[in-house]
Structure formats: C-alpha cells, structure tokens
Ligand binder design. Sequence first.
Ligand code: SAM
Length: 307
Amino acid sequence: MRDGAKVVSRSRSSTGEQPNESPIGSKPAPGLYLVSTPIGNLDDISLRALKLLRAADLIACEDTRVTGKLLSLLGIAGSPLTPYHEHNADRARPALLARLRQGAVVALVSDAGTPLLSDPGYRLVAACLAEGLAVTSLPGASAALTALQLSGLPCDRFLFAGFLPAKTGARRNTLTELAAVPASLVFYESPRRLAATLAEMDALLGAREAAVARELTKLYEEVRRGSLAELAAHYAGSGPPKGEVVLVVGPPGEAPPTSPEEVDTQLRRALAELSPRDAAATVAAATGLPRRQVYARAVALAKGGKA
Ligand code: SAM
C-alpha cells in the first residue's frame, strides 16, 4: 500500500477479529453483516445468511413488516428488528453504531436482494469503517446482476444506474450523462413509468438493444429483449407489466452503422429536448460517429437548415 494511502475496506476489526469466522454453533464475531436475502424465490437464501440471521443481536432493515414476514417464512423467530431506511437513516445510525461499539452482531438487510444497492446502507458501512468497526458481506441474490445475466447483453463492463430521478429535467440530464458511457447500463424502474422511460432512452441514448427483466426468480419470470424503440412500443401497447422490473440497456455502438437519415432523425428527437451540444454528444455516443461531425449537423438542423 502507498504511504499515507487510506484503508478504505476492511473486514477485520481493530481488535483483529474477523467477523465471518464462526465455528459451527458458536456466536459470530461482533460486527456489521451485510446480508443478502431472496428477490422472490425463498430458496435463494444462503446457509450463511440463515445462520447469521438466527444469531444476530439486531437486524436493521428497510421495512420491519417485510423483513418480519421473510423471517417467519424462513422459520426464524425472535431476532429483534429495527428500521433503517432512506427517511430515518441519519437518526437511526448513531444507535446502530453504539450497539456495534458494545460488541453486538448487527445484520443489515434490504427489503429484497443485496443491501446497499439503492438504499442508504453505504453510509452505515462508511461510518463503521471510519471507526474501525468490523464489516463483512454475506453475498446472495441481486436483481441487478440477475437481470444483467439474463439480458443477453455484454456483461464484461456495466454501470449500475439504480433508479432514475423522478423529475423530468433531472432524468434527462442523467440519461444525457450516461449516453457516452461505453458499457451496458442497468436501471431499476417502476412498471408504471416503463414505457415512457424506454421511449425517453431511445431519444437520449440512441438506438440500442435492451432487455426488460420482470419477476426474476419468481413463477412468472420473463425477459423481453429488443431495441429500445421496440420495447417502448410493446409496453405502450400492453400497459404497465405486473410485478417488479429491471431494465438493461446495451452499450453504445452495438447498433449497425447509422445512415445520414437516421442520424437526422435521432438528432431531431434529441434537439426537441436538448441543446445542439448535448444532442450531438448523445447522438455521437449512440452512433459512434465523431462528435464534431454530429455537432455540425445538429447546429444546421437547429437553425432549420437542410444542408
Ligand atoms: N437490493 C435489491 C437488489 O439486490 O437488487 C434491489 C432493491 S431496489 C430498492 C428494488 C428494485 O429492484 C425494484 O424496483 C425492481 O426494479 C428491482 N427488483 C427487485 N426484485 C426484483 C425481481 N424479483 N424481479 C425484477 N426486478 C426486481
């Protein structure tokens, strides 16, 4: 390690205990345990997670009713639950840290899947690491990774974008930023907004392959693949899908070479929402064409020119 470099991750507490060492039947070492739970199929709970949830002194969770129901389905009774979610995280964190300092075994779970993905868990982890409190992870199901695996899109490089902002302007800015990222993109999205989001992505990310993964690991698991435009048309026609969805969008430049007419179509769509500079950046990223060339065309179209 470089001199002065900060230790940003440790699974060993300052006392040298390793929180994931627990001989069978013994109490786990004190510390914070990030415990993944199923995203639908109960059988996806791991043996380690079952043992830890039974032994925990305290389970911090997003919604005590959701986790209480899960624990009862798993046959785990008696572990005390405490809420830790977006709206109470700053208030609830000091009490959790106090318990950890006293040597408690604290589990952190989300409503489903891997904690910290789109929840305030990382702030608790950061606070523990800053104090030298032990943190470790019990990995398991994640809707983001499961959707990526099933998408048929490149998995060698991806960006997890979580939920897009709800406000139109902020959502468009985020999509414009993401347009240039040379990787597959993974989003959580509400079924209600899915069709509109797909259409917006088609305008701002350009023509790309995508997949909508629904009800993963459940009885009606379904993955629908196609271009953003095809998927937008499908869901506009069918109405919002039932259940939960993850949206995976392929990287830019996967589409076949774009004709000048198609470039103009994409630019016109983007210019309806964006400045010529941002529209050009978006279309250049989507088509793989040089940004300067696309910008010149965007300026011409913005001025109403046909040249
Ligand atoms: N922590 C979780 C994980 O590991 O993926 C995700 C929690 S996030 C707050 C909830 C979102 O995950 C949902 O809105 C949906 O986009 C996605 N999700 C969760 N379970 C899913 C499932 N079984 N099928 C499809 N998407 C799912």
